[in-house]
Design a protein around this ligand. Structure first.
Ligand code: PLP
Length: 445
């Protein structure tokens, strides 16, 4: 009998006792292949990376922690230097947090403080997108829009305005090109800013490639260029949330590199220390840093464990691997294999409407009818049946419901550790195919 308040108390969880590369083992000796990087798109280096384990051991042995307002530390300085050296243009400073939720919250707080410091305190509104996820705290839930998670808290969430996601599969009109659709979707931001009053808006927050809420949707071509243009026109700060899609996951260090944009804030978490320690980060534009330093002189956010030395040491070791010879080439190549295998297995599948994503971050969206794109009824519980069938076959993956509008639609995210081989990908896609077929049969029975 467990005393833990588990997130889903009625779920009977296996006990994980050992990780080894692409695999995780439970107490009963069952082996699972990891198709979802630690169950949350985190463990990009798998579960037993020696250089990272050694870095953590060494740092704990020397100095585990001291509050970063009292002392800085070598791993903290080294990690910031690594991240800023190859950051998107203008991002010259980095503030550390413990999680992705805190990284997004820090960006929102810094945006607000920046406008207060420069005498534009009327700017207090944030614009986000529907079908997005930016964290489980009140800030992240407010900025994001994951219906199932935010509903009970609606009354106490910060007041955020939401525009449509850039969701080509369902949003593009038949006579539109992808570029035209991207331009139209981005223009919703301008309409929102004008509607709210340009001098009241402080920031637009978006995932560069969406995560779990609507299934790893990459932006249409030109979408973020147009967003950047609109933000610049109205003095609104652009926050790109790469907590899930950043630091190698999409085949480039930053997902936004592939869209040719540099934001004012860039958030990281999952891939930064790849699950070997909990840590997040908010990178920030020099002009924002300078306004705060030359204004009040102190950022009013921050957490006890911000810049935790052991977490930074783990992240330094992980980031050296990610930036090491051939690593991102491997991710690109394996990402191509993943896309090809998913297409081989599902392109003609009667219940797969869309296969999308970037690099090692892919989704299959399930539909009842491919022609009309109509989803399965939410009451049929397709997603949880897929998860159960995958787990029964020794595959860890994650299926989600509410893809389309937070209520209906189902998708499965496939984002294995970045160290996966082509053979691992074959196994994962094979087992996923069996799990989807079995789940669809159960739903139709
Ligand atoms: N932002 C994005 C895009 C995410 O995917 C997540 C987590 O899934 C978060 C923020 C929140 O991160 P955390 O769960 O580490 O607080």
């Amino acid at each position: 009998m467990s005393s833990v308040f588990h997130r889903i108390p009625k779920r009977n969880l296996p006990i994980a006792v050992k990780g080894d590369g692409m695999y995780i083992f439970d107490k009963d000796g069952r082996r699972y292949i990891d198709g979802y990087a630690g169950g949350a798109c985190v463990s990009s280096l798998g579960h037993s990376h020696e250089s990272v384990i050694e870095a953590v051991r060494e740092q704990i042995g020397k100095m585990a922690f001291f509050h970063s307002a009292v002392f800085t530390s070598e791993p903290l300085e080294e990690l910031a230097a690594i991240l800023t050296t190859d950051a998107p243009e203008g991002l010259s400073r980095v503030f550390f947090t413990n999680s992705g939720s805190e990284a997004v919250e820090t960006a929102v707080m810094m945006a607000r403080q920046y406008f207060v410091e420069i005498g534009q305190s009327s700017r207090k509104k944030v614009i986000g997108r529907r079908a997005s996820y930016h964290g489980a705290g009140l800030t992240g839930l407010g900025v994001g829009y994951t219906v199932s998670r935010r509903t009970p808290f609606e009354a106490v969430l910060p007041n955020v305005f939401h525009i449509s996601p850039c969701y080509e599969y369902r949003g593009r009109l038949e006579d539109e090109t992808a570029e035209q659709y991207g331009f139209r979707a981005a223009n919703e931001l301008e309409q929102a800013i004008l509607g709210l009053g340009p001098d009241t808006v402080m920031a637009f927050v978006a995932e560069t490639v969406t995560g779990t809420a609507n299934g790893t949707t990459p932006p249409a071509p030109g979408y973020f260029n147009r967003v950047r243009e609109i933000c610049d026109k109205y003095g609104v700060l652009l926050v790109l949330d790469e907590v899930l899609c950043g630091l190698g996951r999409t085949g480039t260090l930053h997902a936004c590199e592939q869209d040719g944009v540099a934001p004012d804030f860039l958030t990281f978490a999952k891939g930064i220390a790849a699950g070997y320690q909990p840590i997040g980060a908010t990178m920030v534009n020099q002009k924002i840093y300078e306004a705060i330093v030359s204004g009040s002189g102190t950022f009013k956010g921050g957490y006890t464990y911000s810049g935790h030395a052991t977490a930074c040491a783990a992240a330094v070791a992980v980031q050296k691997v990610v930036r090491g010879p051939g690593f991102l080439d491997h991710v690109k190549a394996t990402g191509n294999v993943l896309a090809a295998r998913l297409n081989d297995r599902f392109a003609q599948h009667p219940h797969v409407g869309d296969i999308r994503g970037r690099g090692m971050l892919m989704t299959v969206e399930l539909v009842e009818d491919r022609d009309t794109k109509s989803p399965f009824a939410a009451s049929q519980g397709l997603s949880s049946k897929i998860d159960q069938n995958a787990e029964a076959r020794g595959l860890i993956t994650s299926a989600f419901s509410g893809t389309i509008d937070g209520y209906v639609g189902d998708h499965v995210v496939i984002c294995p550790p970045l160290i996966a081989t082509g053979e691992n990908i074959d196994t994962i896609v094979g087992l996923l195919g069996e799990a989807i077929d079995a789940a669809v049969l159960e739903v139709r029975a």
